[in-house]
Design a protein around this ligand. Structure first.
Ligand SMILES: C[S@@+](CC[C@H](N)C(=O)[O-])C[C@H]1O[C@@H](n2cnc3c(N)ncnc32)[C@H](O)[C@@H]1O
Length: 231
């Protein structure tokens, strides 16, 4: 707890990102991933594999710029694969963890961090996305919707999808629904927005009862859908 508070103080982040709880959430994810490692591993591997297969199937060859939207701790994208495959990598998130900032600093210009609010991307983000060989949006869309103003879920999701559509090639990996235990109905997370027909789909076991805190319920699961968009 003390270490988390210290990290909150020393991590560079805008006051807005701090106030909205995005920095605290970002720090909490690192600790949650460690606690839930065995539950998260199949999801993280599926996401990384999906991205790699899409890029490897690209006949034009993947060099150039890779952009990761909602890059966070780079859990669901393989940093080694990005480094081997692309000339440059731009990571965009409201908040970048310290270790990611250090990676960028040590990369001699190959890795670049951009702090931006992707719920309302400005022209700078538009330009980066248009100039990329590949854009990856990984487990960001549901966060944009959940943290956005109530009643605007579908609008926020459509805006994000529109941004991805402006890229030459993009991969969207997003959790689309949640449930507690296998017997329950899925509850949609995207406010009625229908993402494109997925090329792959899997279940992410997000939190066992000891993690979500309600012992009467089972494991919290997310349905994850992955699709590739090409112009
Ligand atoms: C579930 S995490 C996924 C993280 C990342 N893909 C990974 O592998 O670690 C969602 C990420 O979206 C970012 N995020 C949430 N809302 C955002 C916003 N409005 N603008 C930019 N990034 C945002 C968070 O900071 C976090 O890093």
């Amino acid at each position: 707890m003390i270490l988390e508070a210290l990290e909150w103080c020393v991590t560079p982040a805008s006051w807005r990102a701090r106030k909205r709880g995005l920095l605290a959430a970002q720090i909490a994810i690192r600790h949650r991933k460690r606690r839930c490692e065995r539950f998260w591993r199949p999801h993280l591997e599926a996401s990384r594999r999906f991205i790699e297969q899409c890029v490897e199937a690209d006949a034009a060859g993947p060099r150039g710029l890779a952009v990761v939207l909602g890059s966070g701790h780079l859990n669901d994208v393989d940093a080694g694969f990005l480094a081997r495959t692309f000339d440059r990598v731009t990571l965009i998130d409201a908040v970048h963890p310290i270790e990611v900032r250090l990676r960028c600093l040590a990369s001699r210009g190959k890795w670049h961090c951009v702090a931006a609010d992707l719920a309302e991307p400005g022209p700078e983000i538009d330009e980066i996305v248009r100039g990329a060989s590949w854009v990856f949006s990984t487990c960001l869309l549901s966060q944009l919707v959940l943290c956005g103003p109530a009643g605007f879920a579908s609008e926020i999701a459509s805006r994000h999808f529109g941004l991805l559509r402006r890229a030459r090639r993009a991969v969207l990996v997003t959790d689309t629904a949640r449930r507690f235990s296998a017997g329950e109905d899925w509850v949609g997370l995207l406010g009625g927005f229908a993402p494109p027909e997925p090329s792959a789909s899997w279940i992410w076991q997000l939190a066992p009862p000891e993690e979500h805190g309600d012992p009467r319920r089972g494991i919290e699961e997310r349905r994850v859908e992955a699709s590739v968009l090409e112009d």
